[in-house]
Design a protein around this ligand. Structure first.
Ligand SMILES: [Zn+2]
Length: 371
């Protein structure tokens, strides 16, 4: 029996965003035999499929989705960036701006639908239509900067939703927890000088982008402490991720007192992800979601909105996503993660001293800066 009402966003058009025939992360050509781009529809479509087949869908409240408007996008992004995506999308497609963000015809509308999905989830939670929500959107958003797309991301779904909450719904203080394996550089840039948005990113140290995500990046003048990076060493497992939530995010959120928490939910810290070198299991993601919910219950009446980001294992991501939905709804589907037998008892999971060192440094920065 569900103990919470959980909103859910998915639209088949998210799967139609075409990232083409790359070689994982690079364009095809020369000695790079065409394969597919790691960011493909598969991991997301298969999660949506498992949500249906497992019966989880019957525990969720489907939320209607509309494309984000220009006005909504332009609160975060430059007019030049929005126009660039619009023009390329109306032709044969193109790139978001960094050479690693390919997209096909029509992706402008799909990206607006992704931002609109996160907006719909955030608004539903804020209004109290549902207790919490999961927006299974694509393309992802957390690398997108104000002036350019980056790392498979065209528009910052989470930041656009936050600005909608503030502009239309009267929300003042929002926190972001980003557990995608890559640094949440987009929110860091977008809210660098903003003391009313606390951005916390757990990520693999110097994975991507390689020049951001350090412990010393704490926010601009007047906003020091509102940006907390936790650059975990490669190889971190469930223990390190949970410790980072408990020891860094928990105290910071209790001090900051957000009115709502946005979670950038990437499953690329997963144990079989082709882009990350971490060891988190579906059980680890579920425990993190439960820990975040418990903190949200304390500080903001449980108002949490998960917005899907990365995660590139088409076979593992569905079980990780379902586990998070089990945490959000309180409903157990009984679906067994087939990867559990390989990874649940891994020696990667207990917290290691070199992981705890980073976590304590991040906790110390938050505490020193009043968080
Ligand atoms: Zn990622």
């Amino acid at each position: 029996m569900s103990t919470r009402t959980t909103g859910y966003v998915w639209n088949e058009r998210y799967a139609w965003h075409d990232t083409g025939r790359g070689v994982g992360i690079a364009p095809a050509g020369g000695f790079n035999q065409p394969y597919q781009t790691f960011e493909s529809a598969e991991s997301k479509s298969r999660l949506a499929a498992l949500v249906e087949v497992s019966g989880m869908i019957d525990q969720l409240t489907r939320l209607p989705v509309h494309e984000a408007s220009d006005e909504q996008l332009l609160r975060v992004h430059t007019a030049e960036h929005v126009e660039s995506i619009r023009v390329q999308s109306a032709g044969r497609g193109g790139d978001g701006g960094d050479g690693f963000t390919p997209f096909g015809p029509g992706s402008f509308e799909i990206a607006k639908l992704a931002a609109g999905g996160t907006i719909a989830a955030a608004a539903a939670v804020w209004r109290g239509d549902v207790d919490n929500a999961y927006a299974l959107v694509r393309p992802p958003g957390h690398h997108a900067r104000r002036e350019m797309g980056m790392g498979y991301c065209l528009f910052s779904n989470v930041c656009v939703a936050i600005e909608e909450l503030r502009a239309v719904h009267g929300v003042e203080r929002v926190a972001i927890i980003d557990y995608d394996v890559h640094h949440g550089n987009g929110a860091q840039q977008i809210f660098w000088d903003d003391p009313n948005v606390l951005a916390i990113s757990l990520h693999q140290d110097r994975l991507f982008p390689q020049d951001t995500g350090g412990l010393d990046e704490v926010g601009g003048p007047g906003a020091e402490g509102a940006n907390i990076n936790i650059p975990l060493p490669a190889g971190s497992g469930n223990g390190a991720y949970l410790a980072a939530i408990e020891s860094v995010a928990g105290p910071a959120l209790r001090a900051f007192k957000p009115q709502i928490i946005m979670v950038s939910s990437g499953f690329d810290p997963g144990a079989v992800d082709p882009l990350g070198c971490m060891s988190v299991t579906s059980g680890g993601f579920k425990a993190m979601a439960q820990a975040i919910l418990a903190i949200a219950d304390e500080v903001c009446e449980g108002k949490v909105v998960f917005s899907h980001e990365g995660g590139y294992s088409p076979v593992h991501v569905p079980f990780c996503g379902l586990a998070v939905l089990e945490a959000l709804t309180g409903h157990e589907t009984g679906v067994e993660d087939p990867f559990g037998m390989s990874f649940d008892d891994s020696p990667a999971h207990p917290l290691k001293p070199w992981q705890d060192e980073v976590i304590q440094l991040a906790a110390g920065i938050g505490a020193r800066l009043g968080l």
